[in-house]
Design a protein around this ligand. Sequence first.
Ligand code: DGJ
Length: 741
Amino acid sequence: MPIHVDETHHTFHLQTDHTSYIFQELAHGVLGQVYYGRKIHVEPSYDNLLTRELKNSTPAYSLAEPDFQLDAIKQEYAATGTGDFRRPAYQVTQANGSRITDLQYDHYEVLQGKQRLKGLPSTFEDASDDVETLIVHLTDALIQLDLELSYTVFPHQDVIVRSANFKNHGVKAVTLDSALSAQLDLPDSRYEMIQFSGTWARERHLVRTPLRSGIQSIDSIRGTSSPQQNPFMMLARPETTEDTGDVFGFNLIYSGNFLDQVEVDQWATSRVLVGINPSEFSWCLAPDDEFQTPEAVLSYTASGMNQLSQQLADFYSKHLVAAKYRRMERPILVNNWEATYFDFNAEKLLKIARKAKDLGIEMFVLDDGWFGHRDDDHTSLGDWFVDPKKLPDGIGAFADQVHGLGLQFGLWFEPEMISVDSQLYQAHPDWLIHVPKRRATPGRNQFVLDFSRPEVVDYIAKLMGKVIDDTKLDYIKWDMNRYITEAYSEGLPANRQLEMPHRYILGVYQLYERLTKAYPDVLFESCASGGGRFDLGMMYYAPQAWASDDTDAVERMKIQYGTSYGYPQSMMGAHVSAVPNEQTGRMTSLETRANVAFYGAFGYELDISKLSGEEADEIRAQVEFYKRYRSLYQFGKLYRLTSPFEDDGNVMSWMVVDDDQRHAIATRYQLLSRPNAPYLRMFFKGLDPDQRYRVNNSSKTYYGDELMNAGLFVNKIFDETATEKSLADFYSQRFMIDIVD
Ligand code: DGJ
């Protein structure tokens, strides 16, 4: 039973296998946050943790209660304007213009399991887990505004999922100026904020900074979760490492504008807020309307960041990704983008497809350029019918040819976009997001469709459905290549224009909902100029996401390593591409490129019809190898060994271990070769200390504890007498570790 409620004190104690999350009703229906961290015993109340001191020069709740000072109380979901000067969890403007509210605790209910949210991606229960949901009801009696705070406890993954739902039972409309998904007030600020920042082609690089007094935040107002800041954030003690120490993880199941904020106040407590970004947001709640926030994921461990990543990966696979994909090995694909860009015809593509079959690849993906008259990125978005110049027999016939080779067939769409040079624009210029009579800002020479309008979503759904039917499609790469500007909808009245960014994302989810329901066997891969919308909202519909347009093996090490903190490797689309690399010009060996891409949803992105015999043999062997170990690479427990974000970043290593600790694969990558280098030992992780293992089929065997604690001596990897010295830079080394039966 994960939820314990003390009826006398209204103490709510949510327990997972290793954590406790406690809050309690204080005076006047104010909910006070009591504790979140390592599991502690259930008590009726926690007076010790609720002790307060009278703070000078701080407003009191009333004349009679000088020491009930909201600014000095850790709260669950704080209001503004009544003495708490920290940033609030929500704000409501009422008919008289006031933003003062008084949402007081009313009652609670505990539900078995977990309902999905309507219209939003959300977590769900799994029969084998003892999931419980607590809903706490609060009411503002003056305006009859109700708030439901929902907490679902997933005990075995040490995760709590929170959201808020506002219901207007009053007679007048109110406006939600902000409505965050979760607030967490922590008693001190001795934490470091770990965020995953970057840009196009350099997504999710780890940045670790000590908290300081004041507000620090990451956010997006780009209309997508963005490559600049990922919504996943951790707070770790300064001494926390991969393997030891306290760390909290926060994420949002949402793909639009978000905010992750930490405010360190005057007494060094820390308020965490996670949710839809209040900038560029407001929502009009008419009488009887309700507003549901997206869900925030909260998780804690005392065992370091690697443990946090593993429990989150386990959680997403059981409670967020469609059950079908939980352990479904993802097909090895070849994508024609970097092979042909827009310049292709059926024969060129079929040459690649035939070669793919010959190499053992399982799926052919036709990327951008197959529709309208799209010979470059200026045209045709929205015209989702085949370009007869490129594929004269039609897209259905082409798909048949690919299927006929014994390959699966995948297709690229960018459903949310419109080109001015398109039939769609001719027919519906008002569907392009813009403010009437003002300039509309292009991005990658294209514009965004107004997905806040149901008729637009409906039109695109029908068009895509027809293509899916014609092609008996197996896979869709759903791209999104620009941010939203001039966020305005002709479908909304003036007082609802700030609803547009959220309504847009709801429209995106609506289309995903329709397509995934109608075509449950189509595998979706999300993409946004690479990893620009790599988030949990997308993961709910599309179990894999193109991690980055940067396919350079060296850059990918950082991107994939950073991504692994918050997302499982099965989500990371990772391909081998040609050298010199398109984005960096760097030369790396085919072996290293594959050794990096293996740790994800693997594929190729180069013209395989032009390979030399030697390269083809190497790729054939890679494909065969990957098929054998695919499940381990995609679903094994990931252990990070050496971070490319630490020291001089010259080395990265990590490994995957299967559930019963019988097989593991570790890989070490070095950037530049160093002369006369120090001795090198690999310290593996996650093995059974009492079992013996072979490494790379060695005749010698080692106990797991020796390999983990004493390490394995690794021979000098750069041999000065070797002729192929260039291989020494960007060299990667694989360690196959197998139990001795
Ligand atoms: C951006 C994606 O990230 C690429 O992989 C490719 O699909 C292009 N768009 C196509 O325009």
